[in-house]
Design a protein around this ligand. Sequence first.
Ligand code: AMP
Ligand code: GLY
Length: 435
Amino acid sequence: MKILVIGSGGREHALVWKIAQSSLVTRLFCAPGNPGTAGLAENISLAVDDLEGLLDFAIREGIDLTVVGPELPLSLGLTDLFQEQGLMVFGARKNAAIIEGSKAFSKDLMKKYGVPTAAYEVFTEVAPAVAFIDQLGTPIVIKADGLAAGKGVIIAQNRDDAVTAVNDMLSGNAFGAAGSRVVIEEFLTGEEASFLAFTDGKNLIPLATAQDHKAIFDGDQGPNTGGMGAYSPAPVVTQLIHDKAMNDVMRRTIDGMAAEGRTYRGVLYAGLMISGDEVRTLEFNARFGDPECQPLLMRLKSDIVPVLLAVAEGDISGMQLEWHDDAAVCVVMAAAGYPGDVLKGDIISGLGEAAKIPDLFVFHAGTAVRGGDCVSNGGRVLGVTARGVTVQDAISRAYEGVKEITWQGVQYRKDIGHKAIERVQGTGKTVNPES
Ligand code: AMP
Ligand code: GLY
């Protein structure tokens, strides 16, 4: 089979890495890819939003399966376009990807189909929004409705900050058109987990559990990023929480989407807030999480290609996934300035040394090759990902790799996985509801 992966981040490098291991693959392409994917696939210099260019390429090359990494091409309708030409695509159609593309849509869907989530209202005008802020009190959460690269959520600690956020978004200054509607919602407390499942629109196959680390600094301090590290499994997802996530969140959501005439096929990602035995949904994504994908695929024992193909064909019934019992941890190494403006072009050293560490893989995200050197070329630069018998083993190994690698201004969190350790302390073993 000829497979095309679309995207250029750490998530796509992980997908290429896993797909390349399949005996079903004869040729593997990545558009546009990065220096990491170049070692495993043929990089094609087409942007993720160049739908016509990608379609031409897929037809010309006779691509059997296209796997879409990021949300943008899904929201632009890549799947619809490819399917009209009889091509197989793993990724939601446009009218289903809206579950990520519009937070107002996803909140209304959750309300209609009884998916537990925070209390909220949607606004396009400042005055009623401010009245709602006064009614809910602070802290309060203000979200731009549209895609904002993971940065459209403001947690306001006081009324002034909340009103400023609403004004900035509704005036179009903060996130352009994505902020022309805002969702204002109740602030939830608890521990977050990323819950992902493959679905053909009727059946669900949960992936292993995972947890992301959104804030830039240790101890979950500082602004939110796309994710500074992730691990799997996430012990906060006990069997009870897993059951609730499947029954109350995923099942109701895909059934709701089908009832709305928006059958959801692909991987559905629910960001959960867990407090005691309570599960509430913060958001949905229409794609794999980045960096959650990296540890998840490192733990996936099964060949990933049959399930990706079955989702694209619309029937996953009877399929099962096998997972390694080991834990996996990904530590993101980011450029100076991230999540704001970043410095690019700094030479990265130590990749060769890190590559010698067993059960460790360095996924590339924002890298480039200049004059024979690998240089930083984005906010999140690398995802150093390792497996270990316990989360602690995986953490130690991942940081061994991180220690080998450096460049000017590199920043990374030193506490990736700490929440799992706190939960499993005393048992020495993580809980694995998915295996
Ligand atoms: P979202 O893109 O909606 O997942 O929001 C990004 C991040 O903001 C989440 O991962 C949470 O850390 C935080 N967040 C979003 N909604 C809430 C909420 N209602 N209460 C507390 N934190 C939230
Ligand atoms: N790591 C969070 C996300 O992919 O949205």
